[in-house]
Structures are given as structure tokens and as C-alpha cells.
Design a protein around this ligand. Structure first.
Ligand code: COA
Length: 260
């Protein structure tokens, strides 16, 4: 199915979803939120997709936030629905069950930073800028930023970024733990492709177990989290991929995983 604001492209087992409103710096309006939600649901259901890359079209922005022109006219009830729709999308990405890599070349502000934080890995150009500038609009983050930023980078960083609203560069974002890797702009595509290919060739069920244990288990107390880990560990022993991975090591060859 073709979308108006989201491009879908497959390369092997890697699906790239690109927010495509470059003239509005890929701002997230309601239509785009809906299309992204559907596009991620399709990626989740398609067994041929082993890793997802999320990108923004053009040179300037990953995503420069929720669409301010659309927000300007919202009633509180509509704003509540908009926030919930954004949060639903972010949670569906985080819980996709397969790895999602954000490719960040420029502005990742507001809803754009929230979108990047919902992904599992964030690879940024040195030119990328991150921020939660909602306070400058008399707003607060509404797509999970107050929660995910505090979990990723700690409360001090979350309070600093959200209260001051001042964007930070990629190097600072890396120091704060917001970004997985920072590369030169010209190396961004190659690095993202390498990482995505590595994920796509890896063991899907093991990765699903890791995502579940780290993300879901991490929200619970240590005992519950460790139980998530044990269940995921035991489940891996029921898969062909585990026999293949350990067998390949012992036979000194490269493993081929089939997600079974
Ligand atoms: N919502 C709606 N439109 C947006 C947008 C957003 N979040 N961010 C950028 N745009 C639009 C601009 O209105 C402009 O549209 P126009 O050409 O029709 O006037 C276009 O994208 C280009 O943006 P512009 O501001 O001209 O680019 P710039 O290089 O001068 O500035 C930014 C770039 C990112 C600093 C600036 O666009 C900005 O501050 N955006 C808002 C960031 C924000 O507050 N995000 C959080 C929202 S909750």
C-alpha cells in the first residue's frame, strides 16, 4: 500500500521507512502518524523483514517535531488524542519485536527526538541536532519524551533538555547516551546499511528475546526483569537458530539464521 507521507523501500531483509515531508522538515501531522503506525505494523507482520531503518527525507531533518501548524488549532480533547496516537506509534516501534535503527542526518527535535528514542539504535551524522524544544511553544513533550529521555539519559539530562528547550549537538547526545554512534555525514548511509545488514543476518528470535528482556524487563523490578531474561534464554533453546548458531561456532563456519 502506498502512503502519502511515508516511503517504503526493501533491500534484502532490511525495510527502510522514510518520513517524506521534506518541505516541512518531515513534521509529524496526524496523517503521517497514522501512516507510520500502519507501516510499522506491516513491517512487524512481514517475516521477510528482519530489520527496519527509519529515516527522514532531505538533508536538513530527520523529523523537526510534531506539526506545529496542526497543533495550533487543537482543543484539549484533540490534543489528548494526538498525544495518545503519537505515544501508540512510539510504543509500537519500541515493541516491534525486531530491531529498528534511526538514521539521523539533521534536526531531531520534539516529536522527532521522541521518534528517534523509540528506535532501538540511533546512528547520527555529526551534523545532527537533538532537542525537546516544546517548552518554547508553551508545551510539554507529548509523544513519550519526558519518559524515554529520562530512561535513556537520566533525569538530570531530561530535565535540562525539556526545561531549557535548547538543542544539543550529536557529540553531546552521544555523551548523554541518547545516540548509539556518531559518524561523518558522508559515512552515515554506509554505517546505517552495515548495521542494518548485520541485524538482518542475525537470529530474529534471539533479538526479539533481547528486546523484550531489556525493554519490558527493564520497566519492572530486578527480579521480574531477570525472570524475563530467563524465559527468553530458555525459549532460545527451543529454536533451530540456537542449534545453528552454536553448531556453526563449533564447526568454525558462519551461521545462517532462519527465524525458526
Ligand atoms: N511543524 C510544522 N512545520 C514545521 C516544523 C514543525 N515542527 N518544523 C519546521 N516546519 C516547517 C516550517 O514552518 C517551514 O515551512 P514553510 O516553508 O512553509 O514556512 C519549513 O518547515 C522549513 O522550516 P524553517 O523554519 O524555515 O527552517 P530553518 O532552517 O529556518 O529552521 C528549525 C529549522 C528546525 C530550527 C525550525 O524549523 C524549527 O524551530 N522548527 C520547529 C522545531 C520544534 O519546535 N519542534 C517541536 C515541535 S513540538
Amino acid at each position: 500500500m502506498a502512503f502519502r507521507n511515508v516511503l517504503v523501500a526493501d533491500r534484502g531483509a532490511v525495510r527502510t521507512l522514510t518520513v517524506n515531508r521534506p518541505d516541512k522538515l518531515n513534521a509529524l501531522n496526524r496523517e503521517t502518524l497514522g501512516e507510520l503506525t500502519l507501516a510499522f505494523a506491516q513491517a512487524a507482520q512481514d517475516d521477510a523483514v528482519r530489520a527496519v531503518v527509519l529515516a527522514g527525507a532531505g538533508d536538513k531533518a530527520f523529523v523537526a517535531g510534531a506539526d506545529i501548524s496542526e497543533m495550533n488549532g487543537l482543543t484539549p480533547a484533540q490534543a489528548q488524542a494526538f498525544s495518545r496516537a503519537g505515544q501508540r506509534l512510539m510504543t509500537s516501534i519500541e515493541r516491534l519485536g525486531k530491531p529498528v535503527v534511526a538514521r539521523i542526518q539533521g534536526f531531531a527535535l520534539g516529536g522527532g527526538m521522541e521518534l528517534a528514542m523509540a528506535c532501538h539504535l540511533r546512528i547520527a551524522s555529526e551534523k545532527a541536532r537533538f532537542g525537546q524544544p516544546e517548552v518554547n511553544l508553551g508545551l510539554i513533550p507529548g509523544f513519550g519524551g519526558t519518559q524515554r529521555l529520562a530512561r535513556l539519559a537520566g533525569r538530570a539530562a531530561a530535565l535540562e533538555l525539556c526545561l531549557l528547550g535548547t538543542p544539543i549537538d550529536a557529540a553531546r547526545a552521544a555523551v548523554l547516551g541518547v545516540v548509539t554512534r556518531v559518524v561523518a555525514p558522508e559515512a552515515l548511509d554506509e554505517t546505517v546499511a552495515q548495521v542494518a545488514d548485520q541485524l538482518a543476518a542475525s537470529a530474529p528470535l534471539a533479538m526479539a528475546g533481547i528486546l523484550n528482556a531489556v525493554l519490558q524487563g527493564g520497566e519492572a523490578g530486578i527480579d521480574v526483569g531477570l525472570e524475563f531474561e530467563t524465559q527468553g534464554f530458555a525459549l532460545a533453546f527451543a529454536t533451530d537458530d540456537m542449534r545453528e548458531g552454536t553448531g556453526a561456532f563449533l564447526e568454525k563456519r558462519k551461521a545462517t539464521f532462519h527465524g525458526r
